[in-house]
Design a protein around this ligand. Structure first.
Ligand code: AMP
Ligand code: ZN
Length: 111
């Protein structure tokens, strides 16, 4: 029994605003945007966090970054953008299915 909310979004069981999908990756708008563009990019395979990346699944991280490069262009983020991964409780992770936040449409000054 998989209770992961992002797995359910990926299968369509929970609705989302899809931005991109392929065999490996699903990207959708964050429900609580922190910037004009706030997209979550996630592997379809359930990986709990960045701490679970290994030699078998690390190709999915590369695919996430390929998708980020593609959709940031489509969203007109030509001046740049921010990519965030929160890892684990201390890293502020709240959904334990590995994802990258793609944030853009504003200038980020702080770390
Ligand atoms: P994190 O804190 O890095 O684990 O990020 C989890 C993100 O998922 C937060 O920015 C939430 O706003 C977002 N989120 C939670 N539930 C949903 C949902 N059903 N649809 C879209 N985004 C969601
Ligand atoms: Zn999951």
């Amino acid at each position: 029994m998989n209770d992961c909310i992002f797995c359910k979004i990926i299968t369509g069981e929970i609705p989302s605003k899809k931005v991109y999908e392929d065999e490996f990756i699903y990207a959708f708008n964050d429900i609580k945007p922190e910037a004009p563009v706030h997209i979550l990019v996630t592997p379809k395979e359930h990986i709990t966090s960045a701490a679970e990346v290994d030699e078998k699944n690390s190709y999915l991280i590369a695919k996430c970054f390929e998708v980020i490069a593609k959709i940031s262009g489509e969203k007109g983020l030509n001046g740049g953008y921010r990519i965030i991964n929160n890892c684990g409780h201390d890293g502020g992770q709240t959904v334990f299915h590995l994802h990258f936040h793609l944030l853009g449409g504003k200038v980020f000054n702080d770390l």
